[in-house]
Design a protein around this ligand. Sequence first.
Ligand code: FES
Length: 578
Amino acid sequence: MFGRSKRPVEQLRSYRYFGPDDLRSFGHRSRQKQSGFGTEEFEGKPVIGILNTWNDLISCHAHFKQRVEEVKRGVWQAGGFPVEVPVMGLSETFMKPTSMYYRNFLAMEAEEVLRTYPIDAAVLMGGCDKTTPALLMGALSANVPSIFMPGGPMNKTSWRGDSLGSGSDVWKYWAERGAGRLGCEEWCQLEDHIAASPGHCMTMGTASTMTSLAEAMGMALPGSASVPATHSSHSRMASSTGRQAVELAWYNVTPTEIMTADAFDNAVTTLMSIGGSTNAIVHLMAMAGRAQVPLPLERFDELSQTTPVIGNIRPAGKYVMGDFFDAGGLRGLLARISDLLKLDAPNVAGTTLGEAIAGAEVYDDDVIRIRTNPICEKNSLAVLRGNLCPDGAVIKPAAAESQLHSHRGPAVVFKNYPDLKARIHDPALALTKDHIVVLQNAGPLGAPGIPEWGMLPIPNYLLEQGVRDMVRISDARMSGTSYGACVLHVAPESFVGGPLAFVQNGDMITLDVENRTLQLEVSDDELTARRAAWTAPKNRFTRGYGKLYFEETTQANVGCDFRFLHADGSQDPDPSIH
Ligand code: FES
């Protein structure tokens, strides 16, 4: 398997802890026995660390208490020794200012947990948005054999006969409420129905996007990412994942062997074909930085121009993840774009991507479109350049009204999110559908944490007139379940003096998706004068994680990772060797 021999037990990392006849190993063995395990239960077996991102505030992972037992079952079956290691659960819903602020925190925790403990291979249990990239980033840096277990999307659900999609329909019905077409009672009914089971958001938001990319990259078992969280297949997949982790330990298959340049290309192509979340761009670049794989922003644009969107899933399409699973899931979709993929890329199952998708069928051509009938032929995501975003910005044309792909209009500027909340619905602003709404100070440092504020609200009085989309520009991100002509990830961000900081009310801005430009119609001399009059804001943190975050976080165009975590640490001493 994996084209190599199984390694002897003496080469396992855990053997350093449990194997030798010395004082320290005595301590390790005796303390394992303190937990109730006999020598025969752990001696000579690979130790499989199960990094579990469960906690009571991460409702998307409510089933992880049961799943972890099923992973353990698989590990025992395959002759391994399972140990559960709880790590920080990044709850998209509850963490403030944003779970993104803590993505690197979990990545560091995962890396160091894998490095310090006697772990020969890891099962990474994630799903809710940032958990997936964080765990994979940590596994890449530790480079301990690892397999990702996708948490699975929550159940399909409906309200008054209409299918509901996580996030997407919240925004949709909130707009209806703003327009005065939805009352309190209906809004409360939606609250009861929108999240109907454990599992992550069931649209093609960031969670479904990132778990799909983990599978496409080869880090999760083929077919695993599309399985709904409460389906019995999900339990069986958890056990299979545990069993496969034991194989990865014996054959010492490391994340950097799987997450190669070809794997990243496969991830980007998959991202485009599923109409996935803009957030994936930031996460993939951060992961590529850990893997030492060059992945410039332009690579996303290149592949978006040759990849059709064939996943008809919200917010870019019509269906939800449960429909996608029934229609054949990710394997079925990838089989339809196999000519665009690097099929020789290896995976954690010990096969190639080509072998993993061979024979995959599609059972519903509306959910997973045929190539001659795509949702759109190209441009799922587009990378913009111009004097307003010298280091790039991102838009999701597939989820925006097409007449806004080319638009020129006057800016209305909000200095920060509280300013936006306070004034956006004020009729005195007298905005029209042609205005361009600009939000400053919502980026990696300005917010901080580059929150998902990028789908800036449309004024209620315009909603009442039937307006449902406008051009909106910010240095924030946008939820993967959101939609609209939202220009995101503007870099450099306004907080550090990017040109976005100098936009003023009434400045004309031109967005041209076809030509990939975002231009502020202000002369260089005027921009220079505005910059000279600008006072750089101060770091608001003097200690703790906030200080570290402010000093080390990179801009969105390179992934918002910590600078010092990009470095190749392969020469660093392994603290587990003592
Ligand atoms: Fe967890 Fe959406 S809130 S995935």
